[in-house]
Each structure stands twice: as structure tokens, then as C-alpha cells.
Design a protein around this ligand. Structure first.
Ligand code: GDP
Ligand code: GDP
Length: 438
């Protein structure tokens, strides 16, 4: 599991600027997908080998008793509760405010590992002006400039050092590729537990071990038609005896972690509600994680033709960036449409782990170029020479040649379509990288 870093502080100290710095290092597979919501407060970050999750919080008033501030305080407390380390951001230029004292007091009581960061410290003489922040009683204060990218690297180092965090030795690769690790993700009430219980009640599905219910984490190995699966811990669910139960608390961090440890994610949407902001956010995390995905709209039994049209349209407009995924209309409750979901899960898994030999890729590439030559921009005409597979899960195709930086997005999409068709890739993101030689 990746460590979770929460950013806390009063409004305007630079938390969102810092959030963007901390999360943008990640190789952005999302860049090409239009319509992906960007106003998220949870993000993945990476520094060297170290990966982490960052939570941004709104401005924090620990004692707020009403209105929007109360809601923000609630969300901040939840973020802090989920975090492994708290980064308390103050304004190096503004000095200590009453609000900072309140937040400091709250964090001292909380007793979590905490790092105080004085932002906007670009061009300031080391230390001198920061001494007043020691009054917050949280130890040393470190100057950074989120806007100018100064001190960010050591901030991450220090935050992870507070946790004695080390990268688990080859933990990622030990997974058995024959086992599909499946996460059912979705907002509360979309029908996750209903679906899982319906599955587990199926005759064709053999669940192996349903050990005690003491632990919060869920992991049920099972087999269906000869394919082995592992159902992994899903946010907002708890096992009670032989059935799963929805619990009230929904945790974005748990959802993120479930997505990360899955090999295929089944995203459930509620047909009655249509696609909500939260659905779009979860879909965004799935895309960003590079995981294979299948989308199922549940409660299809409960909506009329008119609503069905609306839902289909909201899928197109709001989840357009998951176009590569198979889409199913199901009823977990009435056990309708579930068979094809299994087929799509297997297909998504197969697609994500597809092996694409260099000769085949190169032949396809050259055929594509012959069919449609990339456009000339200015004096440059990109020359695509050969392609090889640069990675799996999600598959990456690296195209080699000259002047490839002038290949348009539209042309990359054209290539993607050809590759997808040839290798029958459904349900996995596919990344195409251009590598120009000198
Ligand atoms: P938040 O409300 O805490 O999320 O703060 P924002 O990230 O929205 O930043 C508030 C303002 O501070 C914006 O105008 C930023 O451009 C500015 N800001 C953020 N980081 C820095 C910094 O390192 N130096 C300076 N001078 N300004 C910054
Ligand atoms: P979770 O929070 O995602 O685990 O959602 P639950 O499985 O607890 O389901 C929430 C509510 O939706 C419950 O009242 C279910 O009975 C209902 N529900 C689940 N699946 C379906 C379905 O396919 N059709 C209808 N009409 N209701 C459903």
C-alpha cells in the first residue's frame, strides 16, 4: 500500500499549488483524454521509486460550527484520519496567524507524524523569518516554494522518512498472472455488495476460503469456469458471515488502494442516479492508475426507457475517457446481464497483459503509414520506422523514427485504433510513445 500524505492549512497558503507539484511527476497517461475531471483532491505522486497518495484539503477551521466551513472541517478531519503523515502548510510571508495556532493545536493533539512547511519562501534568507513558526510547537519548519518548485524533493523525502517508508522489495511483481485480482469500485449504494453476494451465491462460482470476519480487509479467492480470481478489499464493504454488507463510511483512499492492487476494476454506476461527480472522479482514478476496467450500469431493472437514454448519454459525455472499456447494463438484484460481465473482465485482463511481438507491431505500423501518412507540419514530416512493446499492464507501444514530436494527437489515435483492432484490445488503456532518434 502506498503511504498517504495529507496537506492541511488555512486557505491561500498554497496547498493546491503544492498538490499539483506533488502529483504531476506521475507519467501522465491521462493527458490525451478529453473530459477527464481535474478538480480532484486526491492524487498519485512519485519520486524516484517512491510512490505515494496526496490528499489536498480545503481551508481548515478546526472550530467551525456551521455552513461550508463545517463541511470543510469535516472533510479535512477525514483526510487527516486517513493520512499516514500530515503536511501542515503555512505562509512564510504571512507569519503565524490565529488560525495556524488552532490547526497546530489540533495536530499536536492528534499525534500523527507531522511536517510543517513554510511555503512562498522563494528568495527568502534561510531560516531567519521562519523562527516564529516554531511557536506552533510542531518542531522544525522547512521552507519551500510550491510555485517555483523549490524544496519539494526534500519535502517528500522528509515526509516519507517520518514513516520509515521503504519501497517493498519486488512486492509488485510477485502476483500470479493467472489470477485475476478484481476490485468492484463505486459510490456507496450503487449495489456493490448486492452484486458480490449475488456472485458468491452462484453455483458456478466456487469461493475457497471465507475466514473470520474480524479483519476489515476483504480478499476472497474463487474460481469460475476454471479461471481463478481474487476479490480484493473494496471500499465501503465489510464481510459479515457469508455475505458482504455495505458500511456507511466511504473512503476515497481505500478506493484508490483497491484500484491500485487490482488487475481489473469493475466500475459500478447506478442507473437511477446516472453518472455523478463522484462516479467521474472514481473513473478518473481508474484511468490514471492504468488499470484494466469494465463498466457496468446497475439497477437497469429499475429505470424506464427515458431514464435509460439519459444514463447512456451521461456515460458518453462524462465517462467518454473510458471509451476503451466494455459497457454492460445489469441488475445485480434480479441477476440479469451478469454473464457477459465475466467475459469482459477476462477480456480486459487478457488485453492488459497482451504480448505484442516487434515484427507484428512494425508491420502494423508500416501498413498504417501506407494507409494514411502523418501530416507534414512546417518543414517536418514525421517518419515512423518501427515499433516495439515498451510495457505491459497497461500495454505501451513505443514507436521509433524521426521528427516524431510532430505526430499529431489525431494521428496517434488513428494508430491506437489500428493496434487495438489487430490485437483485440478491449478494456485496457493503451499508451503510444513516440521516440525520435537523432
Ligand atoms: P490554497 O488555498 O492553500 O490551496 O492556496 P493556492 O495553492 O490556491 O495558492 C494561493 C495563492 O498563493 C495563489 O495565488 C498562488 O499562486 C500563490 N502561491 C502558491 N505557492 C506559492 C509560492 O511558492 N510562492 C508564492 N510567492 N506564491 C505562491
Ligand atoms: P453498495 O453500497 O454499493 O454495496 O450498495 P448495496 O449493494 O448495499 O445496494 C444499495 C441499494 O440498492 C440496496 O437497497 C439494494 O437492494 C439496491 N440494489 C442493488 N442492486 C440493485 C439492482 O440491480 N436493482 C435494484 N432495483 N436495486 C438494487
Amino acid at each position: 500500500m502506498k503511504p498517504v500524505i495529507a496537506l492541511v492549512g488555512r486557505p491561500n497558503v498554497g496547498k493546491s499549488t503544492l498538490f499539483n507539484r506533488l502529483t504531476k511527476t506521475r507519467d501522465a497517461i491521462v493527458a490525451d483524454f478529453a473530459g477527464l475531471t481535474r478538480d480532484r483532491h486526491y492524487g498519485n505522486g512519485k519520486q524516484g521509486k517512491h510512490e505515494y497518495i496526496v490528499i489536498d484539503t480545503g481551508g481548515f477551521e478546526p472550530d467551525a460550527s456551521s455552513g461550508i466551513y463545517k463541511e470543510m472541517a469535516k472533510q479535512t478531519r477525514q483526510a487527516v484520519a486517513e493520512a499516514d503523515v500530515v503536511v501542515f502548510v503555512v505562509d512564510a510571508r504571512g507569519g503565524v496567524s490565529a488560525q495556524d495556532y488552532d490547526i497546530g493545536k489540533y495536530l499536536r493533539k492528534l499525534g500523527k507524524p507531522c511536517l510543517v512547511i513554510a511555503n512562498k519562501a522563494e528568495g527568502m534568507k534561510d531560516g531567519a523569518q521562519l523562527s516564529e513558526f516554531f511557536e506552533l510547537g510542531l518542531g522544525e519548519v522547512f521552507p519551500v516554494s510550491a510555485a517555483h518548485g523549490q524544496g519539494i524533493r526534500s519535502l517528500v523525502d522528509m515526509a516519507l522518512a517520518l514513516l520509515n517508508w521503504t519501497v517493498p522489495e519486488d512486492a509488485a511483481e510477485e502476483a500470479d498472472p493467472a489470477v485475476i485480482k478484481l476490485a468492484v469500485a463505486g459510490r456507496p449504494n450503487v449495489g456493490k455488495s448486492t452484486l458480490i453476494n449475488t456472485w458468491l451465491g452462484e453455483e458456478r462460482l466456487v469461493a475457497f476460503d471465507m475466514p473470520g470476519t474480524t479483519r476489515d480487509a476483504i480478499s476472497v479467492p474463487f474460481e469460475r469456469n476454471g479461471q481463478r480470481f481474487e476479490l480484493i478489499d473494496t471500499a465501503g464493504l465489510r464481510r459479515k458471515g457469508k455475505v458482504f454488507e455495505a458500511i456507511e463510511k466511504f473512503s476515497v483512499v481505500k478506493t484508490l488502494q483497491a484500484i491500485e492492487s487490482a488487475s481489473v476494476v469493475l466500475l459500478l454506476i447506478d442507473a437511477i442516479q446516472g453518472v455523478t461527480d463522484q462516479d467521474a472522479h472514481i473513473a478518473g482514478y481508474i484511468l490514471e492508475s492504468g488499470r484494466a476496467v469494465v463498466v457496468a450500469i446497475n439497477k437497469w431493472d429499475a429505470v424506464d426507457e427515458y431514464q435509460r437514454e439519459l444514463v447512456k448519454r451521461s456515460i458518453e459525455t462524462r465517462l467518454g475517457f473510458l471509451k476503451f472499456a466494455a459497457l454492460h447494463m445489469i441488475s445485480a438484484h434480479k441477476r440479469q446481464g451478469l454473464g457477459p460481465v465475466w467475459d469482459s473482465i477476462a477480456q480486459a485482463h487478457r488485453s492488459a497483459n497482451c504480448k505484442m511481438p516487434t515484427p507484428v507491431l512494425t508491420r502494423l505500423l508500416l501498413e498504417a503509414v501506407q494507409f494514411q501518412t502523418p501530416k507534414k507540419t512546417g518543414v517536418y514530416r514525421p517518419k515512423l520506422r518501427y515499433a516495439h512493446q515498451g510495457g505491459m499492464n497497461p500495454p505501451i507501444i513505443v514507436v521509433h523514427g524521426n521528427s516524431l514530436e510532430h505526430v499529431t494527437e489525431a494521428y496517434k489515435r488513428f494508430l491506437e485504433g489500428r493496434f487495438r483492432k489487430e490485437f483485440d484490445l478491449v478494456g485496457t488503456p493503451l499508451k503510444i510513445q513516440m521516440k525520435s532518434s537523432e
